[in-house]
Design a protein around this ligand. Structure first.
Ligand SMILES: C[S@@+](CC[C@H](N)C(=O)[O-])C[C@H]1O[C@@H](n2cnc3c(N)ncnc32)[C@H](O)[C@@H]1O
Length: 236
């Protein structure tokens, strides 16, 4: 067998093992759920500009991130296509000042735009990739910041090699979260609609190159990526 064919088989075997591990991991997650998205709030908070007037959280679910953004911004809008999520978010955030929760599809909703910050946490894979990146960027004020944390579909040998770290870390995090929760119900944020990741990391990077040139796209553990983009300032 040529070295090239042997290498090809090794990659296929690693990919098949990765897929099996992922399937087991998803099963474990269903029984021992933990909130991967809340785990990534810290990344978003770390990258917020020092002063934020207005922010938009796209696909806000039940409003966890909106609550955190409200502490750092003058006004934050949470938008979600799911009426049940928005009802829950309104109930949970009642009394918070400078918070507006709206039900609608980000691709068509009548939004004023000009936001200092637009965030999208675990939402991009629900949307058509390139049109969504264009839309999110168009909603920014000049000099505004786009913060996306998204899911990618593992495909390459490197993706599957990372499973060797992500899978056990995920099992431990799920086990610890379940133990800590005891008999308490799973976090309400985890009731928001989910979807499987569709784009690979390469496809995300290619789309970002075309739609948000200069954006920093980084790989994170747990099959996530981040995209950080700053809109151009108006000339003069
Ligand atoms: C996996 S959940 C993430 C929710 C929240 N960002 C979090 O981190 O907990 C994805 C959310 O995106 C919302 N969504 C999907 N398509 C949307 C669209 N076209 N416009 C606005 N929200 C959308 C879903 O209703 C869902 O609440």
């Amino acid at each position: 067998m040529s070295a090239q064919r042997a290498a090809g088989r090794a990659v296929d075997a690693a990919a098949a093992a990765g897929r099996r591990a992922l399937a087991r991991c998803e099963e474990w997650n269903r029984e021992h759920p933990w909130d991967h998205n809340a785990h990534h709030h810290a990344w978003i908070e770390r990258h917020l500009p020092r002063r934020v007037g207005t922010a938009l959280d796209v696909g806000c679910g039940t409003g966890d991130l909106v609550r955190r953004l409200a502490a750092r911004t003058e006004h934050v809008t949470g938008l979600d296509a799911d009426p049940g999520c928005i009802d829950t978010a309104r109930r949970l955030l009642a009394g918070h000042r400078g918070v507006d929760l709206r039900c609608g599809d980000v691709m068509t909703a009548d939004l004023p735009g000009g936001y200092d910050v637009v965030t999208a946490l675990a939402v991009l894979h629900h949307l058509p990739l390139e049109p969504a990146l264009e839309r999110l960027t168009a909603l920014l004020a000049p000099g505004g910041t786009l913060l996306v944390l998204g899911l990618y579909r593992p495909r390459t040998a490197t993706d599957h090699l990372l499973d060797a770290v992500a899978v056990p870390a995920n099992l431990v995090a799920g086990g610890v979260a379940t133990w800590r929760r005891g008999s308490a119900p799973r976090p309400v944020a985890m009731t928001a609609p989910t979807a499987p990741a569709t784009a690979t990391l390469r496809e995300v990077r290619d789309a970002a190159r075309r739609t948000t040139p200069g954006a920093a796209v980084r790989r994170h553990l747990f099959w996530r990526f981040s995209l950080l983009h700053t809109a151009r300032r108006a000339p003069g």
